[in-house]
Design a binder for this molecule. Structure first.
Ligand code: GTP
Ligand code: MG
Length: 273
């Protein structure tokens, strides 16, 4: 069978299929589309509500990683069950909530997300995995911020911008952004630089600065029949806000350094190997 090793932390990562094209067809803002980020987080929240053995989720770009407790026996720890169920629920929640996040933009074709399940034998290796995803977020966002500044504000073609950035280090891109466009990269929104962390609220100890979402909507949306888009948003917002926020807390913070983990030791026990 495809049962994942016992006593290992399990991660299911979903990733949008062909989102380069999807983002073009749906005219996403470059480099970051806040409505898509919100939609991804709504879908992830739905997954956390449904699958109680998930402790936290980390998302950036078109991906979300869900971390399941090492002791979980959910679906007999079968990789195919976990990946297919989480992947399909994420996808359906993404579609289900589309019109709430993009009220004036039609979904042009059905998106898909691939999903894979991987086992990590220790907190250390699990944290390395999460650090890798956040480092990826940082590297891509810095590159994309520089790239789209050169194209949209600097008047360069895509090829010219690519050439300009070839071989540059992080410090060079920071300097370019500052000197040429007056952008201090460190002042860019944390949601773009750090990605999104959803933590089961009951596991948090420290007074973290949870992100106040103006209207966290989409879960348990009632049957709204022929209601207008505005009405749908309003009803859904009321129903979903309390429930969704009680389940998980949204943070845009550093998860590479120890600070967050040591301040919240109940999420990933520090002594377990
Ligand atoms: P596969 O995952 O291999 O199917 O390809 P993909 O096209 O989805 O590429 P990948 O998952 O590696 O990267 C995600 C892509 O989605 C990025 O390269 C961007 O093109 C696009 N994308 C994700 N988020 C945003 C966004 O907020 N704005 C814009 N404009 N594009 C985005
Ligand atoms: Mg993708």
């Amino acid at each position: 069978s495809d049962q994942l090793l016992p006593q290992c932390w399990l991660v299911v990562r979903v990733d949008g299929r062909g989102f380069h094209k999807f983002s073009e067809r749906h005219e996403f803002a470059k480099p970051n589309e806040p409505r898509c980020i919100r939609l991804m987080t709504l879908a992830a929240r739905r997954v956390l509500m449904e699958h109680r053995s998930i402790l936290l989720a980390y998302g950036q770009s078109d991906e979300y990683s869900f971390v399941l407790h090492k002791d979980t026996n959910a679906f007999n720890r079968r990789a195919s069950k976990l990946a297919s169920l989480i992947g399909s629920l994420f996808t359906s929640a993404f579609v289900f909530n589309w019109s709430i996040c993009f009220p004036d933009r039609r979904l042009l074709y059905p998106p898909a997300f691939d999903a894979r399940a991987v086992a990590y034998p220790s907190v250390r290796t699990l944290r390395d995995y999460l650090s890798w995803r956040q480092a990826d977020c940082h590297i891509n966002n810095l590159y994309n911020t520089a790239f789209w500044s050169l194209v949209l504000r600097g008047g360069l073609s895509a090829n010219q911008a690519q050439e300009r950035l070839k071989g540059t280090l992080a410090a060079d891109k920071n300097e370019l952004l500052f000197s040429q466009f007056g952008i201090n990269y460190n002042n860019e929104p944390e949601v773009y630089r750090k990605g999104s962390l959803l933590v089961r609220a009951s596991l948090l100890d420290s007074q973290v600065d949870a992100v106040a979402e103006e209207a966290s909507v989409g879960d348990n949306v009632p049957d709204v029949g022929e209601a207008s888009v505005e009405e749908v948003s309003e009803i859904a917002a009321k129903v979903a806000k309390a429930e969704a926020e009680s389940a998980s807390t949204l943070l845009h913070i550093d998860i590479i350094k120890d600070k967050f983990w040591t301040e919240n030791p109940r999420i990933l026990p520090l002594d377990s190997q």
